[in-house]
Ligand binder design. Structure first.
Ligand SMILES: NC(=O)c1ccc[n+]([C@@H]2O[C@H](COP(=O)([O-])OP(=O)(O)OC[C@H]3O[C@@H](n4cnc5c(N)ncnc54)[C@H](OP(=O)(O)O)[C@@H]3O)[C@@H](O)[C@H]2O)c1
Length: 473
């Protein structure tokens, strides 16, 4: 990952040129950090802090979008496409908030954006820019990425009454305009629905970030900055996909097959299944990952590497015998029962098997296609057995609030396994791309070290073991 130097006057449209001499933090940013670390700075003092004219953020450059052409996906290295740049602070618009970011985390969408797959995210920024002069601010030749943050409100725009400078917050990643009737039952259906830091600019892998105020949620008081920053996107997604009536509507007693059960999404889906009186059947790819699922309380675990499933005989042909073998392995664990819900996201590689193993009348709920989005399955198993496939995507504000509330109550815990500094974001993204991580990988932004930001130590003490579960894996 490259780094750049702070310009005397930042350009309004482009990041600056590389230099190894970038100071870690400028004087205005230092004041902001000190005010946050003090822990008792008043809202008025926060409101009077000067806002730096520029800040460090992890960016993609539009000029780089062809850099990986001809390479296999696995050979595309995010270290080469992600930069640490000093970029101008955006002007705050109505309904928005400027946040000092203490910590962020890596989501798989930053893997996709850093590989410029399936399309360069600049296409999203251009499209958004055509919407309005306010949206045009996002359409820049660089893209500050990242869809999670924990931090402190510095300024709010016109019309914002629910939040004020000094509020300690996390941000969910749903950006909506809500000018159309379509989004008013479920804001995920807004025609202008976007993922902040992926389809919009000024994301969370940075020292400052711009969000809509209706992305904000109170930071759970018992968590550190880095713990609070890691669940947002995946926790909310898992809540909608598995628990919400907009998703699978899981109920007590359900058997839930969870692919990647110790990964970003899976580590929260597993917790929701256990909390909700369901039985997770966790699929993972190593003994260490199996152990971590057991430590969360899951009893039924399949190590897909040890089992050696080959759902595809060759890139075009699936092997139904391997679907059957998975189904038989599930029945061995459940005492003969099939699964009510399949929690899907690997996509092409597993989807045929997922449709097959769901029980008669069961549900396959999907939010992604990590291994390929052209899925193939035998439709006879779907229609003859009255199964349903449900598409699910992120979560609306209410669902994100519910998911954050569960964290705040200590009913769901962060699954942070490690953190890296902002300057090593490329390394962190590469680890996630290569599936070398457990749970979530955090990124330290303004927070100078781990362990800061806990406001309720008594509450934390009750949940200490669960909070650190993935750390010790
Ligand atoms: N639509 C949405 O709102 C939304 C939200 C969040 C994420 N996503 C997408 O969901 C996907 C997963 O995200 P994540 O954060 O959970 O990523 P993650 O942390 O990498 O976890 C995914 C896990 O899936 C398993 N997996 C990967 N490839 C597999 C394959 N071919 N067959 C079986 N299992 C496989 C791996 O676990 P094992 O190796 O242990 O089996 C991996 O740890 C990504 O594509 C992401 O972009 C979508």
């Amino acid at each position: 990952m490259t780094s750049t130097i702070t310009p005397a006057t930042p350009s309004p449209t482009a990041p600056t040129t590389p230099s190894p001499n970038l100071p870690a933090i400028g004087p205005d940013m230092s004041l902001i950090r000190e005010a946050i670390l003090a822990g008792d700075t008043s809202p008025r003092d926060f409101a009077n802090l000067p806002i730096p004219s520029s800040y460090q953020g992890v960016t993609l450059h539009e000029a780089d979008i062809h850099m990986f052409e001809g390479l296999a996906t696995a050979d595309k290295d995010p270290n080469l496409s992600l930069h640490l740049d000093d970029v101008p602070t955006p002007i705050l618009g109505p309904g928005e908030a400027l946040i000092a970011v203490m910590a962020s985390s890596i989501n798989y969408n930053t893997v996709w954006s850093s590989l410029f797959e399936p399309v360069p995210t600049f296409e999203f920024l251009h499209r958004y820019g055509r919407l309005s002069p306010l949206a045009k601010r996002h359409d820049l030749p660089y893209h500050v990425v990242g869809s999670d943050l924990a931090g402190v409100v510095l300024r709010t725009g016109a019309g914002v009454t629910a939040w004020q400078p000094g509020d300690e917050v996390v941000a969910h990643c749903l950006s909506v305009e809500l000018e159309s009737p379509q989004g008013h039952n479920d804001s995920m259906l807004d025609p202008e629905q976007r993922t902040w830091g992926f389809e919009t600019n000024f994301g969370g892998l940075a020292q400052l970030s711009l969000v809509k105020s209706n992305q904000l949620l109170a930071k759970p008081s018992h968590l550190t900055w880095e713990e609070a920053a890691c669940p947002g996107l995946v926790n909310s997604t898992a809540y909608r996909q598995l628990v919400s009536r907009n998703g699978a509507g899981m109920k007590q007693g359900d058997n839930v097959l969870i692919w990647g059960a110790s990964g970003g999404l899976g580590s929260y889906a597993t917790q929701y299944a256990l909390n909700g009186g369901a039985t997770p059947i966790c699929v993972v790819s190593s003994q260490e990952k199996a152990d971590i699922c057991r430590s969360m309380g899951a009893e039924l675990v399949i190590d897909r590497s040890a089992a050696g499933y080959r759902f595809w005989k060759d890139p075009q042909t699936q092997d139904p015998n391997e679907w059957r073998r998975l189904g038989a392995d599930i029945r061995k664990l459940t005492g003969g029962e099939d699964v009510d819900i399949v929690y899907e996201h690997p996509g092409r590689e597993t989807f045929g098997a997922s449709v097959f193993v769901a029980r008669k009348g069961g549900t396959i709920v999907t939010c992604a296609s990590t291994s390929g989005y052209m899925h193939e399955y035998d439709n006879r198993y779907l229609w003859m057995n009255l199964k349903r496939i449900i598409g699910s995507h992120f979560a609306n504000y209410r669902e994100s609030y519910e998911a954050n509330r569960m964290l705040d109550k200590g009913m769901i815990h962060p699954t942070l396994s490690k953190t890296l500094p902002l300057a090593q974001t490329g390394k962190a993204v590469r680890e996630v791309q290569q599936n070398k991580h457990q749970g979530k990988v955090g990124v330290m932004c303004l927070s100078p070290k781990e362990g800061l930001g806990v406001r309720d130590h008594q509450k934390r003490a009750q949940f200490q073991t669960a909070i650190n579960r993935f750390r010790e894996a």
